[in-house]
Write a protein that binds this ligand. Structure first.
Ligand code: PLP
Length: 394
């Protein structure tokens, strides 16, 4: 069988691969603790489940919806965006997608082509690079020099070329959990505007910030900045709805209509019952979100202290958002004689029975990503296993 160049160039998702291997080991009876996945361990709140079930049993979920989503869902998104950021957007500036992932994919397909370049800041979420490659664009990876892993305008300026069309900014960020402060974010957004670089603000973890950290959305800045911004968001992370596959894009109507043109042929619409669920998520009781956020915060604080006590594992800052740690494990890796963090992560899985993802997958070798979206009991046990594994030869 002959396959396209396009598909042959795709690197499989490292997080899904590690997770699949961990699940296989678990199925074989091995007690593996899986810290590799990027999803909350909580079940979707009951009010959201109930709204979806009602839409199924009374028949509303039996049908296609408009490509850009149920009008009531768009209203719920508009109201949520206004409540959270103060920005009032029009229905034709919103579309709903099969997860934020599809929002990003269809955006790149709509605005990029061979000859264009797109900037991604390391460490970055695994799918950005592969999705950008599929659009034909060149990927420009910017490696921030500061220990807080935040990119500066000077670094962006140095990496930009005449081909640069787009910059992805993810805050709160996966995999290191950093959160840009308002002034830092504004400087980057203003730079993008001044340089005619479209800003893609991936704010999927916006509701998951901890220990007093304030989340700022790019939508809070000037109208000119908003006109140069594409917001990517969704219900997966904040509402524990990864399985429902429901995301949304907010941007200028010209961009939204082109995305809809593609979606009309690619997906038609996200599953109708998931859209009814999302209406309830975005406009219903927000207390479950607050409770899950609090639980993540407690786990972050407890686990951070445990991780700090592991020799050879360095965290240059305490994560402020999302639900991941991204420590530098170079020292431990060298001490144990591994050549790179892919080998190190594999050994952690096979010997310590803890699944983590190697930094190579996020464009920053020397690190591993551990998700704390699991119970404290498992987190504590996992860190103890990693510590024993690293210290075994002493
Ligand atoms: N953006 C980031 C930074 C993510 O980490 C993820 C999921 O892991 C997504 C987007 C995609 O989320 P969704 O489940 O809505 O497709």
């Amino acid at each position: 069988m002959k396959f396209s160049e396009r598909v042959l160039n795709v690197t499989p998702s490292a997080t899904l691969q590690v997770s699949a291997l961990a699940k296989q080991m678990q199925a074989d009876g091995i007690d593996v603790i899986n810290l590799s996945t990027g999803e909350p361990d909580f079940a979707t709140p009951l009010n959201i489940q109930t709204a979806a079930i009602a839409s199924i049993t009374d028949g509303r979920a039996s049908y296609y919806t408009p490509v850009s989503g149920l009008p009531a869902l768009k209203t719920a998104i508009i109201n949520r965006v206004e409540a959270d950021t103060g920005r009032l957007v029009e229905p034709n500036q919103v579309t709903v997608t099969v997860g934020a992932k599809m929002g990003l994919y269809s955006l790149f397909q709509a605005v990029l082509e061979p000859g264009d370049a797109a900037m991604v800041i390391a460490p970055y979420w695994v799918s950005y690079e592969e999705q950008l490659k599929l659009s034909g664009a060149t990927v420009q990876i910017v490696q921030p020099a500061a220990p807080d892993l935040k990119v500066t305008v000077t670094e962006l300026e140095a990496a930009k070329t005449d081909a640069t069309r787009l910059l992805i900014l993810n805050s709160p960020q996966n995999p290191a959990g950093l959160v840009y402060e308002a002034a830092e974010l504004k400087a980057i957004a203003q730079w993008a505007l001044d340089n005619d670089v479209l800003l893609v603000a991936d704010e999927i973890y916006g509701k998951l910030v901890y220990n007093g950290t304030k989340f700022t959305s790019v939508l809070e800045f000037s109208d000119e900045i908003f006109a140069n911004t594409v917001l990517i968001d969704g219900v997966s992370k904040a509402y524990a709805m990864t399985g429902w596959r429901l995301g949304y894009v907010v941007a200028q109507k010209e961009i939204i209509s082109k995305i809809n043109l593609l979606l009309g042929h690619m997906t038609s619409n996200p599953t109708t019952a998931a859209q009814y669920a999302a209406i309830e998520a975005l406009s219903g009781d927000q207390v479950p979100v607050a409770k899950m956020r609090e639980a993540f915060e407690t786990r972050l604080n407890t686990t951070y202290a445990l991780l700090e006590a592991v020799e050879g594992v360095k965290l240059s800052f305490k994560p402020q958002g999302a639900f991941y740690f991204f420590p530098d494990v170079t020292e431990a890796m060298v001490k144990l004689g591994y050549m790179n963090t892919v080998e190190f992560a594999m050994a952690v899985l096979q010997e310590a029975h803890v699944a983590v993802v190697a930094g190579e997958a996020f464009g920053m070798p020397g690190h591993i990503r551990l998700s704390y979206a699991t119970s404290q009991e498992l987190l504590t046990e996992a860190i103890a296993r990693i510590k024993a594994f690293i210290e075994k030869s002493e």
